[in-house]
Design a protein around this ligand. Structure first.
Ligand SMILES: NC(=O)c1ccc[n+]([C@@H]2O[C@H](COP(=O)([O-])OP(=O)(O)OC[C@H]3O[C@@H](n4cnc5c(N)ncnc54)[C@H](O)[C@@H]3O)[C@@H](O)[C@H]2O)c1
Length: 391
């Protein structure tokens, strides 16, 4: 096998065998394509709880293996050392899961990572752990820098279980690095957007794009002046193999995203303008959407100094391009899987039907789970109450 520079700029010995857990998900499927296109064989383990088999349709035949299992059930099939790289992206993601199924969230995000890291450590396989800017919690300093303190709410508000479960993953990966020399890298994704992202969990961009395409109001919460930074997934995934290839990234926590912030109301206007939509914008008070305990993070912006210094990373795809591509994909698929939930979904879950302007349901999750706050890092907004469609 010879050494060569590939399209992602990584010098490698080809072909490699890469394991991607959660590879049928939004980020994982883009990563799988990148790795397969550089000539690697990609083994994807995904239980399709939130991912879709159809996300893998562009993968070159013969260059991937799909295993429909949870991480824990799949790992015994493998021999330590049979992978050159491991990307652990499988997780319980989405405000509905986190609030309504906290045991599932905590167990998935912690127990499966324990097994995965033990497996990786047995052969010292370079391993990337997907974490989240949610780990910063309520930190008020902006931009968020990797070594900042983290601040969470009380344990009675299970909204924080997601952040804490991901923080445990970080501690564990760092512990394996320190105790066993595991070449581990932790990436804290900030809002990641792009094709294949679905609105079922309330991810703000696909929700806005879908509403704009249907001429429905784009629901913006509060005064819409809360800001976020959005990075196209096709930019983000470029950085992941480079992180694993770089000795300097090992044992590090690295923010990944874009740092150009946009207020959510401006995002809604940008979507409407970009798609030539006639949709109005509907401002919905936080209290109406979330109930009393609502506590949004006003601004969330990454400090990208580290990823720039280590990898020279810079996001390239403009937000308008992401909006256009997402709209094209939603239109091509008939938007069937991206539509907001209808009355049937409400009935299935025994909740009152929403009176939202766009036919979206209002949040009922907070009343059940004790905390109605959205997971702002993922761009989650309170309309995110539908169960995930059948994969
Ligand atoms: N999208 C974002 O903006 C964002 C932001 C921060 C962090 N992240 C992290 O990035 C990773 C990928 O997120 P995503 O946005 O692609 O979400 P996603 O839901 O599309 O991907 C997660 C995948 O993991 C799979 N999965 C869940 N539990 C599993 C299990 N026990 N075994 C096997 N597979 C399982 C799901 O079916 C899904 O395909 C996650 O770890 C998430 O926490 C994403």
């Amino acid at each position: 096998m010879s050494s060569h520079a590939n399209s992602s700029g990584v010098n490698q010995t080809a072909p490699r065998r890469c394991l991607i857990t959660g590879g049928a998900g939004f980020i994982g499927s883009h990563l799988a394509e990148l790795l397969a296109n550089r000539g690697d064989h990609v083994v994807i383990v995904d239980n399709l709880s939130t991912g879709r088999r159809s996300n893998l349709r562009n993968l070159p035949a013969g260059q991937h293996t799909f295993i429909h299992h949870s991480v824990r059930d799949a790992l015994p099939r493998f021999r330590p050392g049979e992978f050159d790289e491991i990307y652990h992206l499988a997780a319980a993601v989405g405000v509905r899961l986190v609030i309504e199924k906290p045991i599932h969230t905590i167990e998935t995000n912690v127990l499966e990572s324990i097994d995965l890291l033990r497996f990786a450590a047995a052969a010292s396989t370079p391993t990337l752990i997907a974490s989240t800017s949610e780990v910063y919690g309520k930190g008020s300093r902006t931009p968020f820098s990797e070594d900042d303190d983290v601040v969470y709410g009380p344990t009675t508000l299970n909204r924080w279980s997601y952040a804490c479960s991901k923080a445990i993953d970080e501690y564990l990966a760092l512990a394996h690095h320190h105790e066993h020399g595991l070449p581990a890298v932790i990436v804290r994704f900030f809002n990641t957007v792009g094709p294949r992202q679905v609105g079922e969990y309330g991810m703000v961009l696909p929700r806005f794009v879908t509403a704009a395409l249907h001429g429905q109001p784009l629901e913006v919460h509060g005064d819409g002046k809360q800001s976020r930074c959005f990075c196209d997934v096709r930019d983000s995934v470029q950085a992941l193999p480079k992180m694993l290839a770089s000795e300097r990234c090992r044992g590090r926590v690295i923010n990944l995203g874009d740092d150009k912030s946009i207020q959510i109301r401006d995002l809604a206007e940008l979507v409407i303008k970009t798609l030539g939509s006639k949709s109005p914008i509907a401002l919905v008070p936080y209290q109406e959407a979330f109930g009393k305990n609502f506590d949004d993070l006003r601004d969330r912006r990454p400090d990208l100094t580290r990823v720039r210094q280590l990898l020279g990373f810079a996001a390239k795809i403009p937000l308008v391009q992401t909006i256009r591509d997402l709209a094209a994909e939603i239109e091509a698929s008939g938007a069937q899987t991206h539509k907001s939930p209808g009355p049937q979904a409400d009935a299935q879950h025994g909740r009152p039907k929403a009176s939202g302007a766009a036919g979206f349901r209002r949040s009922t999750v907070g009343r059940q789970g004790g905390d109605s706050r959205p997971l702002a890092d993922e761009g989650l907004t309170p309309q995110a109450r539908a169960p995930k469609g059948t994969p």
